[in-house]
Design a protein around this ligand. Structure first.
Ligand code: ZN
Length: 339
């Protein structure tokens, strides 16, 4: 089916009590591995491209392939910009038809994060794109080989989260409650009380970054308290690397594509394991007829498909003059903050 809105997928997940995995696409092999796992398990999935990974993927080249792959997949798929920090990245993703983006203003002073996020939300919503923002700071580096631990002083403040969601209108909020990007130093300690308070106060689906390395039981508890999207990258990357490492130890191995196949298999298995822990497996394959909304996923009669809202971003319908006006308004807003 065509790409669907992330907001619809996440609201459905939050209502039904499971989480949807957001997995980073860094190559065609990762794209195939992720989609094969999600399709086999009949799970909705979020394909993320992180701004820091733009060096691995030529967006203009790879997005048409992602759209084609999503169109063939019998599951709801959202295409999401992960940790967008520059206006250039955000605008490129609008143009290419992403259905969702994360604007990460978490390192900015609070009022600046609010103002910039609110501007991005206004433009994104006008073209049907969902927005995730971050409040507090999830530490570590995306796929970093250096382990880190969470800094409690950067955890999300529940009261501030309520104010932030109200003033920005974001569709989902990434929270800092003890997870980190990359590898963990010691055992991760999630602050469940804080998570519960944020979920209760904000009422929006919450996002857990740094989902690699957190024990399954903690993940399940976090989902029961309001986490509806979980980002995974490091474990996929490690599994792919490990499979290749084992194989190249044999000096007779010279087949590059066979190494890529092994990497894809490692990614596929990791994604499948995560989908099962997140509880999104088989949400699309209950017995019934093919759903009217998307023509592909199968939903029990009487239930609404995650793709029932109008899908893809409707930027094509916006004239260049209108787009230029919206961009100017965002830039003016940002410049005004600097004055
Ligand atoms: Zn992240």
């Amino acid at each position: 089916m065509a790409l669907v809105s992330m907001k619809t997928i996440l609201n459905e997940a939050a209502t039904k009590g499971y989480a949807v995995g957001s997995f980073n696409v860094v190559s065609l092999d990762s794209l195939q591995g992720i989609l094969e796992a999600a399709t086999q398990l009949q799970s909705p999935v979020i394909l993320s491209v992180a701004e820091v990974h733009f060096k691995y993927v030529d967006l203009e080249y790879v997005v048409p392939v992602i759209k084609q792959a999503a169109a063939q997949a019998p599951i709801p798929v959202a295409l999401h910009l992960d940790h967008g920090v520059s206006l250039e990245a955000v605008m490129r993703c609008f143009r290419l038809g992403f259905t969702s983006l994360m604007f990460d203003g978490s390192s900015l002073p609070y009022e600046e994060n609010v103002a910039r996020t609110a501007e991005i939300v206004r433009v994104a919503h006008s073209v049907g794109v969902s927005v995730e923002a971050e409040l507090g700071q999830v530490g570590g580096g995306e796929g970093a080989s250096e382990a880190s631990e969470a800094d409690r002083s950067l955890f999300t403040d529940p009261e501030q989260a309520v104010d932030f969601v109200r003033r920005t209108g974001v569709d989902a909020l990434a929270v800092a409650v003890g997870s980190v990007h990359g590898l963990y130093k010691g055992k991760p300690q999630l602050d469940f009380g804080r998570l519960e308070a944020i979920a209760r106060g904000t009422g929006v689906p919450l996002v857990l970054h740094g989902g690699s390395g957190i024990p399954d039981e903690d993940i399940k508890r976090a989902i029961s308290l309001g986490i509806a999207k979980i980002n995974v990258y490091t474990e996929m990357s490690m599994q792919a690397t490990e499979r290749i490492r084992r194989k190249v130890a044999d000096p007779k191995v010279i087949s590059f594509p066979d190494l890529l196949l092994l990497a894809r298999q490692g990614i596929k298995e990791t994604v499948a394991e995560k989908i099962k822990v997140f509880g999104s497996n088989h949400v699309c394959d209950a017995p019934g007829v093919f759903c009217d909304s998307c023509g592909a996923c199968v939903m029990p009669s009487g239930e609404t498909c995650a793709a029932s809202a109008p899908a893809t971003n409707n930027l094509a319908a916006v004239s260049d003059a209108e787009l230029a006006r919206m961009v100017t308004s965002v830039v003016k807003g940002i410049l005004a903050l600097r004055d």
